[in-house]
Design a protein around this ligand. Structure first.
Ligand code: PHB
Length: 396
């Protein structure tokens, strides 16, 4: 049996295991019926704070809907603010699994920070459900039976956008983003989507996360002879970028588009600057199904806010955890059965029902949306039932 509570080091678990540090240490005996401790590692401050808040609120919503229990076990949520800061990620994960003895992890938003969670899950077998971060490796070369995603891979929305543009008259596009895993991997997805329809990604313009000094990048755009500008920004950074793109006089000359995070949960702050922006994402406003309508009503009643993709991903992370715990009647020691129960679940998501690929990433439509009057209206499908290729994933 593994000791899931031992601290991890920056050297990584492989070194610990090689040194025999993990051998023979028993996992603490959990009294039958004791609440299951769920570590919730999310940003509650910084540029992604609103994203973390919506994910957490929707997880709580589903727990409440199920009377506080999954698989017969009561749940205890332990919140930790990771500030979207990769420098503190290992320390933060150690707090959750060491000090707080979390038995299940849900987190996080940022593609760099999530790597510390992926590491602890791989090495300790602690179940991890990722409710946002799109890092390719988590469902690619670092995939594991204990790791699941309720969200997307960075490739998916950007590939959908590039594909749709290339089939709709665009020949030359640029990609503007933060220079970190999410921005770069979605840039690669955009390039591949464009290429699939014979279009070209002619330039990538980047600045460090979470900086917002966009002017030097915007100044380069008019000289590039572009048909479209694609972009990955999110949260507070996205609000500012969209406003500055319009203020620079570019909005009516070169259409701005992107992974749908660019206009998700941000439209109020972006105002008229967002009007007409087309994006691709696995969620959109006005998906007219009973499930989506009831979810949006319940989320609004609980928080006073409108649901967005982050709320949906949090809700579905909770649904996936419920599927796993129901499958083992709350007994997490049944690792294989727990994993199999999630892997084979069909999740009744507000985005539309989905199941997981072999590498544990949702197979899902990439909706085409257009920002109109404060909503991201679904106006078509950019890519149907799109599965991340899961490159490099060899499930143990
Ligand atoms: C990421 O870092 O993976 C990320 C962050 C915010 C988003 C989407 C992806 O909205």
């Amino acid at each position: 049996m593994r000791d899931r509570a031992m601290p991890i080091s920056r050297r990584g678990f492989a070194a610990l295991a090689a040194a025999g540090a993990l051998g023979g240490v028993a996992r603490p005996v959990i009294a039958q019926g004791a609440p299951l401790r769920v570590g919730l590692m999310l940003p509650f401050s910084g540029t992604f704070a609103a994203l973390g808040e919506n994910i957490a609120a929707a997880i709580e919503l589903h727990i409440q809907e199920r009377g506080g229990r999954f698989g017969g076990r009561q749940l205890q949520l332990i919140r930790l603010d990771d500030e979207s800061n990769p420098a503190n990620a290992v320390q933060n994960v150690n707090r959750l699994v060491g000090r707080d003895r979390a038995e299940v992890l849900i987190g996080t938003v940022h593609s760099g920070v999530v790597m510390a969670l992926v590491q602890v899950s791989r090495e300790r077998g602690i179940p991890l459900i990722i409710p946002n971060a799109g890092n390719q490796a988590a469902t690619g070369e670092l995939c594991a039976p204990s790791i699941f995603r309720s969200s997307f891979s960075n490739w998916q929305p950007a590939y959908g956008m590039g594909l749709w543009l290339s089939r709709n008259g665009v020949k030359r596009a640029a990609w503007v983003t933060w220079d970190y895993a999410a921005g770069n991997e979605s840039g690669e997805g955009f390039r591949q989507g464009l290429a699939a329809g014979g279009a070209e990604l002619v330039r990538e313009l980047k600045l460090p996360f979470p900086e917002t000094n966009f002017q030097p990048l915007l100044a380069q755009i008019p000289g590039l002879n572009l048909d479209a500008v694609g972009s990955f920004f999110a949260g507070g950074g996205a609000v500012q970028f969209v406003r500055e793109y319009a203020a620079a006089g570019l909005k009516d000359r070169i259409p701005l588009c992107g992974s749908g995070f660019l206009t998700e949960g941000t439209l109020q702050g972006q105002g008229a600057a967002a009007e007409g922006i087309k994006t691709s994402l696995h969620y959109g406003d006005g998906i007219d199904t009973p499930k989506n309508r009831s979810f949006r009503e319940a989320f609004k009643a609980r928080t006073g806010r409108d649901a967005d993709v982050y709320a949906v991903q949090g809700y579905d992370a909770a649904q996936m955890l419920a599927a796993g715990l129901d499958g083992v009647r709350g007994n997490l020691d049944a690792e294989r059965e727990f994993s199999r129960a999630i892997r084979s679940a069909r999740i009744d998501s507000p985005r539309g029902p989905f199941s997981l690929s072999a590498s544990h990433n949702p197979i899902q439509n990439m909706w085409l949306r257009e920002a109109k009057g404060g909503e991201n209206k679904v106006i078509g499908i950019a890519a149907e039932s799109l599965a991340d290729p899961g490159t490099g994933c060899r499930m143990a």
